[in-house]
Design a protein around this ligand. Structure first.
Ligand code: BMA
Length: 328
């Protein structure tokens, strides 16, 4: 193992954690408690999946994708003492906004949450004449404020970096179409003010196998001495439709559009019943990761089969070693 890997992040002693099962040699392993969140957590919802979790006060807070029983896609706030048992609001987040044109709710899904400077920013796939990247923020997971959409439609998977890079805010995104998008590459954009985005750079395209159709950024990138550690989903088109797996990449710290390493094999692939059976079969879709820097532990929150929320674990130094040895 590379002994000198530094993880530039805080300690999180109460990170949800289960050791790798005896006999397993997996670099990423599933929680034995999966799925950790099901539709039963909120009355009259169809599914709770593709959701984002962060440390908050003595516990955790999150923004959850809850599709309701009219199959409307909405995001709800929640809190938890331990990251496992969640109290999720029964009402969707009602953003406060200055401009009705942008704030009018159409749909919202696949949130990410990023602590940046002085607040928690939320990015999500926001309906505005098609999907694009909504941006908002909260200080307390009670009041949420909506800003301008980052991009024109059509775009998905907007993921902020947790600090400015070269003095600018930075975001990954995945330009798409208005449907189920049979293509998709990851781009990098900068902003001086979180409103105006430009200086767009290409990061990664699909390759082969599990990531041959499209790819998209997952959780907020984690800063390490080896580069930004990015988990990303990749899609294969099978005879039976899309299959969503996830892998990892290391991006250059100051020029994150430069990919240093990228996993050829997937890290996690739909194989358990809660990943293979649901509203959309064969999907694992990561949207958040918690990190305890002193131990290197990482807890990954991912959606299973567009129906439930699950947890998986890894040790970051082991993951980085694996990534370097199994890169293109
Ligand atoms: C993507 C998004 C995700 C979903 C995935 C699989 O396009 O809509 O929310 O998990 O498809 O259906």
């Amino acid at each position: 193992m590379t002994p000198s890997i530094q993880i530039i992040s805080s300690a999180l002693e109460n990170i949800p954690w289960e050791e790798r099962p005896t006999g397993s040699d997996e670099v990423v392993w599933r929680s034995g408690r999966n799925p950790i969140i099901t539709r039963d957590a909120v009355a009259r919802v169809n599914s709770i999946f593709n959701s984002a979790v962060v440390p908050y006060q003595d516990g955790f807070a999150g923004v959850f994708r809850c599709d309701n029983n009219a199959r409307e896609m909405q995001i709800h706030a929640g809190k938890s003492p331990d990251g496992l048992t969640w109290d999720i609001n029964s009402q969707r987040i009602q953003f406060k906004y200055d401009d009705e044109e942008i704030g009018r709710h159409v749909y919202g899904y696949d949130p990410r949450v990023c602590w940046l400077e002085d607040r928690f920013y939320v990015t999500w796939c926001n309906g505005y004449h098609g999907p694009t990247i909504g941006v908002g923020y909260t200080y307390d997971f009670v009041d949420f404020y909506q800003m301008e959409n980052a991009f024109l439609p059509f775009n998905r998977n907007g993921v902020l970096f947790p600090r400015r890079i070269g003095g600018k805010y930075a975001m990954l995104s995945r330009p798409s179409d208005n449907g189920h998008t049979p293509f998709g590459e990851i781009y990098y954009s900068e902003s001086p003010d979180m409103v105006h985005w430009g200086h767009h750079r290409h990061v990664m395209a699909p390759r082969d196998g599990w990531q041959s159709t499209k790819i998209g950024a997952g959780p907020i990138p984690i800063e390490t001495s080896e580069g930004w550690l990015l988990l990303y989903h990749g899609v294969l088109t099978s005879c039976n439709g899309f299959v969503y797996s996830f892998g990892a990449a290391l991006l250059d710290l100051e020029q994150p559009w430069k990919v240093l390493y990228r996993t050829r094999p997937y890290l996690l692939h739909p194989r358990e019943i809660y990943e293979n059976v649901g509203d959309v079969p064969n999907v694992v879709f990561p949207c958040a990761a918690l990190v305890d820097a002193p131990t290197g532990r990482m807890a990954i929150y991912y959606g299973g089969a567009d129906t439930v929320t699950c947890l998986a674990y890894t040790y970051i130094p082991e993951l980085i070693d694996y990534l370097k040895l199994n890169s293109y």
